[in-house]
Write a protein that binds this ligand. Structure first.
Ligand code: SF4
Length: 140
């Protein structure tokens, strides 16, 4: 992968929209990462407005919801070290291409990786959290 062209670039971040699915191990990795973060930092990111006018379509009143882990103030992913597979592939595959066409070519194995990954059970972040909450309540 040509990650060196990504250094300092955040164009992919403008596509960090809510609602995509992640696997249970990915969700668990994020939970473990968050457990090690300072509470004020987590609260700062959670308090940010994530639903905003769609850039370039403000006159249509179109709105877009960004990923809950997008740090809107610092324009970065707040869980970058444990970001899920789809985020790692973004900009580095033919079907999730680099938005500014800075990545010169894509790895041959990306399609096979994605095909294997998409056979895994996936839910949005909130889906796994809800399942966890329900399990906790039934054990109480
Ligand atoms: S987890 Fe990070 S990289 Fe993935 S969509 Fe959310 S903010 Fe973007």
């Amino acid at each position: 992968m040509f990650l060196e062209v990504c250094n300092g670039c955040d164009h992919c971040g403008t596509r960090c929209l809510a609602g995509f699915g992640v696997t249970r191990p990915e969700w668990e990795a994020v939970q473990a990462f968050l457990a090690g973060q300072a509470a004020p930092e987590l609260e700062r990111i959670e308090a940010q407005e994530k639903e905003l006018p769609w850039p370039g379509a403000e006159e249509l009143d179109a709105r877009v919801r960004y990923c809950r882990f997008r740090d809107m103030e610092k324009n970065r992913c707040s869980i970058y070290p444990v970001r899920p597979t789809i985020c790692r592939l973004f900009g580095h595959t033919e079907w999730l291409p680099c938005p500014i066409e800075a990545v010169p070519s894509y790895p041959d194995g990306a399609a096979a990786l994605w095909n294997a990954y998409r056979t895994e059970k996936r839910k949005p972040w909130e889906g796994w959290q809800e399942k966890e909450n329900n399990a906790s309540m039934s054990n109480a």
